[in-house]
Structure formats: structure tokens, C-alpha cells
Design a protein around this ligand. Sequence first.
Ligand code: FES
Length: 174
Amino acid sequence: MSDRRDFMGMALGGFTALGGIGALMAMKKTWDPLPSVKAAGFTTLDLKDYKEGELVTEKWRGKPIFVLKQTKEMMAKATENDKKRLIEVDGGHYMVCVGLCTHLGCIPGYRPDTQDFLCACHGGMYDATAEVTKAPPPRGLDIPPFKLNGTKIALGVTGPEYEKMLADGTTLRV
Ligand code: FES
């Protein structure tokens, strides 16, 4: 009889332990971000796919991201300070910025004719490198954290080129 009780006790203990592990695994599953959330943290773009002078709006963490490969004309107009905002890949220069006005967060519109951005909310303006040219925005459009790998750029990951931009005040951390 006592053997049977021991067996029952062990069996019950085993079930309890298994149940506990199962519950822990279920809890871990609940805590882990969903695959879609994980994927939303990063956006990878291949800069060789963009054409000079054509603004493309991508998305990263629900925010619009402006990508504008600079034309020769834009590069000729850019000051040394403006050029610090550009990402150089394979001989091309790219503006990659969060497309939200640094004043109150409206989405500035690109004007291909004048190659600049106008924020319709309060008239703020930015040049082709997304540096501010007319207040009230306090600074140029923010540059998202990025890391380069050949012609690819991963947004949401910090690489040395982005660290340099933070260190010299070219952008704020977003
Ligand atoms: S939100 Fe862009 S100028 Fe005010």
C-alpha cells in the first residue's frame, strides 16, 4: 500500500513539475514580443534601388522615413554642414530621415521643383538634405539609428556612421 502511495506521490509530483514547466513556457511566450513586433523594430533598405532626385517614403516603427538620393545639383548646393547629414554609399549620397517635422510633428511635403520640403502646418522649410532653412522647426529632420552593410542600410540598429552623427551633433537620438 505504501509503495502504491509512493508511486502516486511521485507521479503527482512529476505532473506538478511538468505543469510548472508548461506554465513557465506559456508565460515566456506571453512576454516574448510577437514576430511582427520584432520585425517592426528594424527596417532594411537597399540604397542601390533608389533613383537620384526621387523622394521615397519608407516606414520604420510606424514612422515615415524619407529617402532622397542627392542629385549633382543638390550636392553642389549643399554646405559642408549639410553634407554631414548625408549617408555615402557606393559613391552616392543619401538623405535618410524621419519624415516628421521637428516643430510639432507634421509630415513635411517634398517639392520636386524647388528640391526642398515645406511643412504646411506652420510654414517650416527644409533643404534637400533635410536641414532646416526656415523656422519654426528648431533643427533638421532627425536621422534614425542606422547601420550600413554594403549598399544595405538597417534602420533601428546603431552603426559607427550614426554614432559619429550623434557625437558631432548632426542629429539627435530618436
Ligand atoms: S509642425 Fe512643421 S512647422 Fe510646425
